[in-house]
Design a binder for this molecule. Structure first.
Ligand code: PRX
Length: 663
């Protein structure tokens, strides 16, 4: 038996030494075979980005009507791409592969929490999609209607999305980790006509009664005419006659043929709510032709994809943009075979990811740094028990990856041979924007390196907007790209205000700070707004604050993101209580529970600091900067603008007492 502790120490030592290496060129063997290995691609795209993207749209999609023009920029920033083209997203993802004789190819190797395996082929996915599309129509859903989808990681989630796309309904997927109350809000804002959900969802051996919770929170929404329930677990679930139907039953009764309707390229494909600076989530709207072009191109060329031989695994959840773009639309449009994993990384055991890689011969893995940091904590010995030699490429997404985690991923999971792709993008961008290309870019641990061909990213000075040649500033995208959001659903003004008010309509304000190094490579630092990134999950501090103050004993709350070795950032809440309420452990649990009910368990504060008062300016604005300083144990910044400087001394005493309590 090997000595695990000395193995760990040796690995630690090796990684420490590797921190000195500042660049990892593509392995020669990889470069020789790569789809793209000539850096001239960047100049080619930059010379005429619209023509370049149009060429990708024609190369990778089969249009019903080919577009005659690329970009319509007559009304910036309300851009239109390929506007006179027609294409159906579900036909791109399914019909064309089946027509090409690939119907028996596995679209998803689905793995269930309790060890179930289900292979879903392209032909099966097409059949289910057609039936469900017809079923939705029979239930009164038509082109332009919004359909909510609140499902766990089961193949039906892809079917539901594609069925909507087939008939031009706009899907609005809500991550399964959000509470039913959050689903309600998202259905209400989007005036959803139907909701597709499950009887229950499994998580680590337990089953949550999803349909019952949905009924409790959504029962009275006037626009919501239909709830379709997938029987996934068999758990008891209430059904309301006239409103609720079972997925299996409506599919069985449906006509199996549903020809795909060619959609205008700018027809809305989906809305996905994400967090911004205020408590109200933003409905990011993506349309058909440009979005498909963006995800199909990046999935193919960032990951050097060979659909015939690769096994692709994006270990995100379908409920986030990463899942939309790289579990559903990108991989299916490219005809890839993917793994879809229902469960958590530690159920039934901490080696389950690596068992899945081994079982299915996964060749490309795309995961979040939080997951990698968790595996580091569990030890290299666990993945060491599995054969991971099928892996040839590793991706990272969702948050900055610290160099140590990058190197561990490279060495322990990738065996030193797999290029690491740190990909930066957002719900708004639809597809990857800043990334290495595996056959071209020399990577640097911690840097997403350079913009994808056809994308222009810049780091600019905060006030003047002047480009920063080397150093830190705000990240912006300089020109439109096909998969960009078109607006915030039914909120054009907010769209303009959020992204195009600071530097004008020609420049998209990302909301992240970044640094450009001497080689021109980009290092994304983190958000500049009140958005917190917990385990790659995007949350607004205002959203969490309003959930906390909903508790009857809470007078006021201020939430900040605190750096955390495991989750990147963690939620820290400063809470003042009403009247003479005394803090207690029960109250702390109740406050956390309030957040779980209103948003979801993943948004619960990791740390609650009871405060007599919060630091405010004379005009009453909470000074979060000071709260961040105090939470991180830093020297306090300028306190002269505080209305009552004594507040900080009290908070410092409170934090000191908290520290003593831990000892
Ligand atoms: O702050 C950036 C961070 O995640 C934000 C976007 O979050 P969301 O819309 O939920 O999409 C996440 C998945 C694409 C960004 O504004 N982010 C995303 N990828 C990276 C990242 N930060 C650093 N490095 C990345 N690779």
């Amino acid at each position: 038996m090997s000595d695990t502790r000395s193995d760990d120490a040796a690995l630690e030592h090796r990684l420490e030494q590797m921190l000195e290496i500042d660049s990892f060129p593509p392995p020669e063997a990889f470069r020789e075979r790569a789809l793209w290995s000539d850096p001239a691609i960047y100049e080619e795209a930059a010379a005429d980005p619209v023509a370049w993207w149009t060429a990708r749209a024609k190369e990778l999609l089969d249009w019903d009507v080919e577009p005659s023009e690329g970009l319509d920029d007559s009304d910036p920033p309300f851009y239109r791409w390929f506007a006179d083209g027609r294409v159906n997203a579900s036909a791109q993802c399914l019909d064309r592969h089946v027509a090409a004789g690939l119907g028996d190819r596995v679209a998803y190797h689905w793995r269930g929490e309790e060890g179930e395996r289900r292979d879903v082929t392209y032909a099966e996915l097409l059949d289910s999609t057609q039936r469900f599309a017809n079923a939705l129509r029979a239930l009164g859903v038509g082109k332009g209607d919004v359909v909510g989808i609140y499902l766990p990681m089961i193949p039906e989630v892809a079917v539901a999305m594609l069925a909507c796309a087939r008939i031009g309904a706009i899907h609005n997927v809500v991550f399964g980790g959000f509470s039913a109350e959050s689903v309600r809000e998202r259905m209400e804002f989007s005036q959803a006509r139907a909701l597709v959900t499950v009887d229950g969802a499994r998580r680590k051996g337990r089953t949550a009664p999803v349909k019952r919770q949905v009924d409790e929170h959504l029962g009275d929404l006037p626009a919501l005419e239909t709830i379709v329930v997938v029987r996934a677990t068999g758990v008891e679930c209430p059904m309301t006659a006239g409103r609720d139907v079972f997925y299996e039953e409506v599919c069985a009764a449906a006509d199996p043929d549903c020809p795909a309707e060619p959609m205008e390229a700018e027809h809305p494909l989906f809305i996905l709510y994400t967090s911004g600076s205020t408590a109200k989530p933003k409905g990011i709207l993506h349309t058909t032709g440009g979005y498909l072009t963006g995800v199909t191109t990046t999935h193919r060329y960032v990951f050097d994809l060979r659909p015939e031989t690769d096994v692709w695994w994006c270990a995100a959840d379908v409920g986030w943009i990463t899942g939309h773009s790289y579990i559903v639309y990108g991989p299916l449009s490219n005809g890839a075979t993917s793994v879809m994993w229902e469960g958590a990384p530690d159920h039934p055991h901490q080696g389950i990811w690596w068992e899945i890689v081994q079982d299915h011969g996964v060749s490309i893995l795309y995961a979040a740094p939080t997951a990698i940091r968790t595996f580091i904590r569990w030890g290299a010995e666990i993945p060491g028990r599995y054969d991971l030699t099928s892996l040839r490429l590793l991706g990272s997404v969702g948050e900055p990856i610290n160099p140590k985690a990058w190197l561990w991923y490279h060495e322990v999971i990738g065996g030193g041979r797999c290029p690491i792709l740190d990909t930066w993008w957002q719900t708004e961008t639809g597809a990857i924007m800043i990334t290495p290309l595996p056959g071209i870019t020399a990577t640097k641990p911690g840097s997403a390196t350079t913009p994808f061909p056809g994308i222009a990213a810049d780091v600019v000075e905060e006030r003047s907007g002047e480009p920063v040649a080397e150093g830190q500033g705000l990240l912006v995208l300089e020109r439109p790209w096909p998969s960009m959001l078109r607006t915030l659903y039914k909120e054009d003004e907010r769209f303009l205000e959020t992204y195009f008010s600071r530097f004008g309509r020609g420049r998209y304000l990302v909301g992240d700070a970044a640094r450009r190094d001497a080689d021109g490579h980009l290092w994304v630092i983190g958000r500049i707004d009140d958005v917190v990134n917990v385990s790659g999950h995007r949350l607004s501090t205002a959203e969490v604050e309003s959930a906390i103050v909903a508790h009857e004993k809470v007078a006021e709350a201020a939430v900040i993101g605190q750096s955390d070795p495991d989750t990147g950032q963690a939620i820290c809440a400063f809470v003042t209580l009403t009247g003479d309420t005394e803090p207690s452990e029960e109250l702390e649990a109740a406050v956390r529970e309030e957040v779980a009910t209103r948003i979801g368990k993943f948004a619960r504060p990791k740390r609650i600091v009871w405060a007599e008062d919060l630091p405010k300016t004379r005009s009453g604005k909470i000074m979060r900067r000071l709260l961040r300083d105090i939470a991180e144990g830093r020297a306090l910044g300028d306190v002269t603008t505080l209305r009552d400087p004594g507040v900080m001394a009290e908070l410092e005493a409170q934090i000191a007492a908290e520290g003593e309590g831990e000892d």
